[in-house]
Design a protein around this ligand. Structure first.
Ligand SMILES: Cc1cc2nc3c(=O)[nH]c(=O)nc-3n(C[C@H](O)[C@H](O)[C@H](O)COP(=O)(O)OP(=O)(O)OC[C@H]3O[C@@H](n4cnc5c(N)ncnc54)[C@H](O)[C@@H]3O)c2cc1C
Length: 300
């Protein structure tokens, strides 16, 4: 029997600490439980949303009239052989990087400052320091909402690209992922992880709630942060939403920011870059809930 909760405030489950009330909410604790709740949503025709770490996401302060399924209690990790690890969708990437490091397995060091989950990391093809999930994924197991079935998809079927893959959020759900790592030296791996984390604390506004990079890079030589900085958006604010003084592609929540403040700020950031460079940047973030028609223009 699924114990589905109702009236849960989602703000605390996002890294930017913004969000409204979910009509229904559930946190599966194993894959069978996950499949059961997905099946329930299908049979009852309830709109659902799979929430991972909420670290690349803007949730409307007006909430969501459906079922939010949060994966972060799906935390099983299995070493399959000397180089392969099978990790549940809800495993946090920094935890997985350390877990692998302690097994003398290298490859995930880039992800230690990415506060998302394996599922979110695959969907977004999360990447940093010149590496991304696409280089590690051997296969994933996916629940397909339309056919109500589970299938295995290999790396070449996933069409990974910059911050995307072929999976459709909303109808295809990552259950777990098998990653191919390399054998390495535990001390070197853990030292690399620490260096990456230290670098982030110096270059990102990590003491404020934020959702990581706001806009996608326009091109490898024209990163969004640089264009935004040159367009002079640092310290621009709307309500309690502000562009970080440390990194122009980070929006921070100074305390009581609402999703509407963030949307207004994103509009100003986008316009500033367009006015200076005739370049339209598009957000990297996913959204959940109703934002009125303002987001259509911003997300394009
Ligand atoms: C401080 C900070 C630094 C960051 N640095 C980086 C960085 O260097 N590189 C980078 O790429 N990103 C970065 N991010 C963004 C973010 O952490 C990544 O995009 C991450 O992969 C998102 O994972 P998540 O679990 O938080 O996904 P969520 O934000 O919860 O969800 C994002 C999308 O994935 C979907 N989703 C989540 N889990 C599943 C699943 N199991 N099956 C199907 N769909 C699913 C959601 O429905 C949603 O559409 C950063 C974020 C922060 C806050």
């Amino acid at each position: 029997m699924l114990k589905i909760e109702s009236g849960i405030n989602l703000a605390k489950f996002t890294s930017i600490k913004i969000g409204g009330i979910a009509k229904y909410f559930y946190e599966p604790t194993n894959t069978d439980d996950f499949l059961q709740v997905l099946n329930y949503a299908k049979n009852k025709s309830i709109p659902f949303f799979v929430l991972g770490g909420g670290s690349n996401l803007l949730i409307s302060s007006t909430g969501f009239e459906g079922l939010v399924i949060r994966t972060t209690k799906l935390t099983s990790i299995n070493q399959l052989d000397t180089t392969h690890i099978l990790a549940d969708a809800g495993v946090r990437l920094p935890h997985l990087a350390r877990f692998a490091g302690n097994l003398n397995l290298s490859g995930l060091e880039f992800s230690c400052g990415i506060p998302g989950t394996v599922g979110g990391g695959v969907i977004m093809n999360a990447g940093a320091h010149g590496s991304s999930m696409s280089e590690l994924v051997e296969y994933i197991n996916v629940y397909d909402f339309l056919t109500d079935s589970v299938k295995k998809m290999t790396n070449d079927q996933l069409s990974f690209a910059y911050r995307s893959c072929i999976l459709k959020p909303g109808s295809q759900v990552v259950l777990n992922a098998c990653l191919r790592l390399k054998q390495g030296d535990k001390n070197e791996i853990l030292a690399k992880i620490k260096a990456n984390e230290d670098y982030r604390w110096k270059t990102q506004p990590l003491s404020y709630p934020n959702a990581g990079s706001t806009f996608k890079n326009f091109s490898p030589t024209q990163p969004a942060g640089k264009l935004l900085d040159l367009a002079g958006v640092k310290n621009l604010t709307c309500g309690d939403a502000s562009v970080s003084a440390i990194h122009a592609n980070f929006v921070i929540n100074l305390g009581k920011a609402q999703s509407s403040d963030v949307i207004d700020l994103l509009g100003k950031m986008q316009t500033s870059v367009f006015n200076k460079f005739s370049i339209k940047l598009f957000p990297e973030w996913k959204t959940l809930g109703n934002f009125g028609n303002k987001i259509d223009d911003i997300w394009g």
